[in-house]
Write a new protein. Structure first.
Length: 203
């Protein structure tokens, strides 16, 4: 009888242990998703629209040689020349050339395909480690580059993410091409996040 009772107690204990969730394989809690920048964080009723800065998308474009007097053009002349061959994708006869500069980072330059001139603003790279806003300004998502919004029939270019890998400059930044320059006309900084803080137990 004692042996049978001991067996029943052991079986009940094993069954109770099996019902408890395993603690060893559970992922550590994280608030990374809370910090993601989404389209809702970038919506701005006062932001300009592409249609406010029209360009002639039907203009014929010649094949000018790349002007490498610009330091960025000289340093990245191979990739820029490759992109020039693809033709215009911005403001009628311009090309927004985009290339990688590391994980979640893209650099860019705007090339005048008629003259070969290269335009680069001071903020010539955009990163998006925490960016989850592919549905933001979908009508300008021309070449599928996550940090850029532009159209061939508009002179407006929007950078989405962190400028020059500076997280203090994160949001949507609106530039307009005028007189051979890109001018920043509006910016929408990502809204502050009310993320829960992660407490650390101290023993």
């Amino acid at each position: 009888m004692r042996s049978r009772a001991l067996s029943l107690v052991l079986a009940f204990s094993l069954a109770s242990f099996a019902q408890k969730p395993s603690q060893t394989n559970d992922p550590e809690p994280t608030n990374f998703d809370c910090h993601l920048i989404t389209s809702e964080d970038l919506i701005d009723p006062s932001a300009p629209a592409f249609r406010s800065f029209p360009a002639d998308a039907s203009a014929s474009v010649g094949r000018a040689a790349l002007d490498i007097s610009n330091p960025i053009a000289r340093k990245y002349r191979t990739v820029i020349r490759q992109q020039m061959r693809l033709g215009p994708n911005f403001a009628g006869h311009y090309r927004v050339a985009i290339w990688g500069c590391g994980s979640s980072c893209n650099m860019f330059a705007v090339i005048d395909l008629e003259s070969g001139g290269v335009i680069t603003p001071s903020n010539h790279s955009v990163s998006g480690v925490r960016l989850a806003a592919n549905d933001f300004l979908p009508d300008g998502f021309g070449d599928g580059a996550w940090g850029f919004r532009f159209r061939k029939d508009s002179r407006m270019l929007v950078l989405v993410g962190s400028l020059n890998e500076d997280e203090d400059q994160t949001g949507a930044f609106y530039y307009v091409l005028a007189n051979g320059r890109l001018k920043l006309i509006h910016s929408t900084h990502a809204k502050g996040k009310n993320c829960p803080s992660q407490s650390v137990n101290q023993h």
